[in-house]
Design a protein around this ligand. Structure first.
Ligand SMILES: Nc1ncnc2c1ncn2[C@@H]1O[C@H](COP(=O)(O)OP(=O)(O)O)[C@@H](O)[C@H]1O
Ligand SMILES: [Mg+2]
Length: 420
């Protein structure tokens, strides 16, 4: 007969030395590891400390009997999943039934037949292993399913939102173009009209009283100067709207099925533009200074829309961390700051670091940041999805890495690397 693999041990509970030696010899002959307990109480204590794979439990013992021992083991969360086989001289049906009712998986009658002991132990060890692997599989699948669901929902939201934003950006474009494209001719016309007015003044230095009054009433000199200023502000304003519209379009870029070469700086900038309102001073704090240490980056083959989502999630968290530090008053001597550093490294990767000087992350939570649904923020504020999605996009979609480095109270730095 082949050896039965068992990593753990079997606990034999019996007060009778002869029974103990028969059972232990049987197990030892097959290379099975075992420990012994000579009464119910110490069996429970042992099983709690160190869970055996299986318990061989005698029924008649001094102190609490096997039935009571079984009952206690089955009501204890730590020991309740350990299979119990009763070893019993009691051959009456009632005792056997009672054992099963209490949760035993089998019984072996005394006097022991070595072959029977081994056979039954074998079956139940195997059953337990199968059971455990099944449970593990269910846990793994459930986790995978949960993750897939989270991603699906998020992707669905993102693509809807992306389409909406792209649509708005597109619709904004037409009216802005009406205005911006008409500014140069308007400038020209006004210059022309001004010139003619000046010419009139020169050629007819003494206009009628009616005209003089009208000129004074309007304050013509001021109006002519102010028109130029107004035109300039039109230009600045439309340029700004055009920038926003371009950022929205870059940001919401609906990704194609394949990666395309893209400028990650453009992605970072459009994300910052969209977050502009959150960076401004908000009554509690001064505006967050964004320091860009942009290196020279080549275009990177990527899904830019998704990479923007990564930047957005990390930058939004950085702003949250600064705001939280302000509320908790842990940055009285610092002015709020976000630093973005980009470079290429020796392994032909793009490296992007986004660092804030906010709250920081406690050491014990660092491992959990990328878990789906992990959040330390109040309900309604945090979803716990940002970093898990960022991680998935960087690692799975772009074969990159996403790492966090943080010191509580000092700040946090996320490092993204993407192969070029
Ligand atoms: N820059 C940061 N500084 C401090 N903590 C952070 C930072 N970024 C993320 N965290 C922590 O990681 C958690 C998970 O982040 P995330 O997945 O984006 O979910 P959410 O922002 O919805 O909570 C946050 O709740 C926060 O505790
Ligand atoms: Mg977040």
């Amino acid at each position: 007969m082949s050896q039965i693999a068992n990593k753990g041990f079997i606990l034999i509970v019996d007060d009778n030395p002869t029974n103990l030696s028969v059972l232990s010899e049987a197990l030892a002959s097959k290379g099975l590891r075992f420990r012994v307990a000579v009464d119910g109480e110490s069996a429970i204590a042992q099983a709690e400390r160190n869970q055996p794979e299986l318990i061989l439990l005698d029924i008649q013992m001094p102190g609490i009997d096997g039935f009571e021992t079984c009952r206690r083991l089955k009501t204890n969360a730590v020991t309740q999943n350990i299979p119990i086989i009763f070893t019993t001289a009691l051959t009456d049906i009632e005792s056997k039934t009672k054992g099963f009712v209490l949760g035993a998986v089998d019984y072996i009658s005394k006097p022991f037949a070595q072959e029977e002991v081994i056979a039954r132990v074998r079956v139940h060890l195997r059953l337990k292993q199968l059971n455990e692997s099944l449970e593990q599989q269910v846990r793994d699948r459930t986790a995978a399913l949960q993750q897939a669901q989270v991603q699906l929902v998020q992707q669905e939201k993102l693509s809807t939102l992306g389409e909406l934003i792209a649509g708005i950006a597109h619709e904004m474009n037409n009216p802005i173009t009406f205005i911006s494209s008409n500014i140069p001719p308007l400038e020209e016309y006004i210059a022309g009209v001004t010139e003619i007015l000046q010419l009139y003044e020169q050629e007819y230095p003494h206009p009628t009283a009616k005209i003089t009054t009208a000129i004074e009433k309007l304050d013509l000199k001021f109006v002519l100067q102010d028109i130029l200023k107004i035109l300039t502000s039109f230009k600045v304003g439309t340029e700004r709207i055009e920038n926003v519209s371009n950022s929205l379009r870059t940001f919401s870029r609906l990704d194609s099925d394949t990666k395309i070469p893209a400028d990650l700086h453009q992605g970072l900038d459009s994300t910052l533009m969209i977050l502009q309102h959150r960076l401004k001073d908000n009554g509690n704090r001064t505006c967050i200074e964004v320091i860009k240490n942009y290196g020279k980056l080549p275009e990177v083959n990527c899904y830019l829309g998704q990479m923007n989502q990564v930047f957005m999630n990390i930058l939004a968290n950085a702003i949250d961390a600064i705001d939280e530090a302000i509320v908790k008053d842990t940055m009285s001597h610092k002015s709020p700051q976000i630093q973005i550093t980009t470079e290429t490294d020796s392994q032909n990767q793009v490296v992007i670091r986004i660092a804030d000087n906010g709250m920081g992350v406690p050491e014990r939570l660092k491992q959990r940041l990328f878990e789906p649904l992990f959040t330390t923020k109040p309900v309604g504020k945090g979803t716990g999805l940002g970093l898990s999605i960022a991680h998935q996009i960087v690692v799975e979609k772009h074969n990159g890495t996403l790492e966090v480095n943080s010191h509580i109270g000092m700040g946090t730095e996320f490092t993204i690397t993407i192969p070029i």
